[in-house]
Design a binder for this molecule. Structure first.
Ligand code: A2P
Length: 218
């Protein structure tokens, strides 16, 4: 009967420790404040507003999406393809509830989403679902784990799933050899503009985020 079955969650992932969530949020806030003040950003403001002269408050533009985490497998309570297999995977069972250190390598934003890219270690990649990149961009050969990120905020009406898709668009551009326009060296790192409102801040010192591998049922 249903009571003997294991319930499959909405998603599995690494959940950032509460104190670190605050730290990352304030880091992102500082970044947005700095960005908004740069002439280079103001020049491309219409990417965000659709109009050249309009102002934008980036901190209000990106709405908070709750508890900060890095999704591994989106299961949709078992409805997503491969979710039962993932939930039953030995590595998933073994690591469930374990702490891990996530390396955040960049902050990025687009007119849709704001996120932090996560560089997964070999060990963390064992929890990364097969096909996460292919499922999103079937025609490209993107590195395994390149979709890994923490959603920091979304524009109004945008679902968090978009953050990973935006990241993969950036990864694809980089893979195609597009270097973007190196804009400025900020205190946190170097800022690059990739066009169409896509900005990447490569952190000078990768930030290490303590996180717990677990799942979310909602
Ligand atoms: P993300 O990992 O970028 O934050 P929702 O609240 O929309 O149901 O999503 C719950 C979580 O699962 C969010 O963290 C979200 O995005 C992620 N997510 C939603 N849909 C997908 C999907 N199709 N593939 C991968 N991750 C998803």
């Amino acid at each position: 009967g249903p009571l003997e079955e294991t319930a499959i969650p909405l998603f599995f992932g690494w959940f950032l420790c509460p104190s670190f969530q605050e730290k990352l949020k304030s880091m992102a806030k500082d970044f947005l404040k700095t960005l908004a003040g740069l002439e280079a950003f103001k020049k491309h403001l219409s990417d965000f507003t659709g109009e050249a002269e309009k102002e934008v408050d980036l901190e209000k533009f990106f709405q908070d999406k709750g508890m900060l985490h890095c999704t591994t497998k989106f299961c949709d309570y078992g409805k997503a393809e491969g979710s039962k297999e993932y939930a039953e995977q030995q590595s998933v069972k073994d690591r469930y509830g374990n702490m891990s250190e996530l390396t955040l390598s960049t902050l990025f934003l687009t007119p849709r989403t704001l996120g932090a890219r996560v560089s997964l270690s070999e060990e963390q990649l064992q929890l990364w679902p097969t096909g996460a990149e292919k499922e999103a961009v079937p025609d490209a050969n993107l590195p395994i784990g390149s979709r890994a990120h923490v959603t920091l905020g979304c524009a109004e009406g945008v679902e968090p799933v978009q953050t990973g898709l935006d990241l993969l668009e950036l990864v694809q551009l980089q893979q195609q050899g597009q270097e973007g326009e190196q804009v400025e060296d900020l205190e946190l790192g170097s800022l690059t503009y990739y066009g169409k409102g896509m900005w990447v801040l490569s952190l000078k010192e990768p930030t290490v985020a303590p996180a717990c591998f677990s799942s979310y049922y909602g």
